[in-house]
Design a protein around this ligand. Sequence first.
Ligand code: GLY
Length: 246
Amino acid sequence: MNAKELRAAFVEFFAERGHSKVDSSSLIPHDNTLLFTNAGMVPFKTFFVGDETPPYDRAVSIQKCVRAGGIHNDLDEVGRTTRHLTFFEMMGNFSFGDYFKSDAIPFAWEFVTGVLKLDVDRLWVTVHLTDDEAEAIWRDDVGVSPDRIQRLDEDNWWRMADTGPNGPCSEIFYDLGAEYGDDGGPAHGGEDRFIEIWNLVFMQFDQQADGEQIPLPKPSIDTGAGLERILCVLQGVDSVFGTDEF
Ligand code: GLY
């Protein structure tokens, strides 16, 4: 699959499941907590926090992103790893108070294993330390082997910026193989070996400047699936710079 085909497959998969197709927004956000749009959920922030009523309950987009400052600063990693970029595209499916974990997790798995046909034996999953519910869905509903599910702390809590929407998250990792680092899964193994390809954020809070966490009007879903990283896996190259995009 090339980049164009991956974009089309992602958008169609979620459109078939009731998601409205939304174009990428500008890299310059309408938001004074960010210099650049740093994730697919940024254009939807007002929907998550309840400041505006969305015209749809579900959306799918492929958002242009830049991470060059703030709490998601990939700039210092570029050129030092095979997977970090400043500018990249983030594929995302979003639920604004509609579906939650029990749909978002099977959607992700169906796309990754059914559409992309990634080798299940190479996939690992992480959940937040506190998230028994997500672990149970991965294990009991989706059928992921318990020894492929690990728990992380801060790495499995996603926030847009110092303030704003946030919540526990659950990530899918792809194992590039023994030649890329130590075994042990994403929690204990080599970070160049276990590559995060998909992040499901279970949005539940709106953090205030004083640290207070206000519950969102409704629990929501924000997905960040890195286009270039998934292309790496699909195209059998070990660097984002080796994909057809470059
Ligand atoms: N918004 C989820 C992520 O960027 O990973």
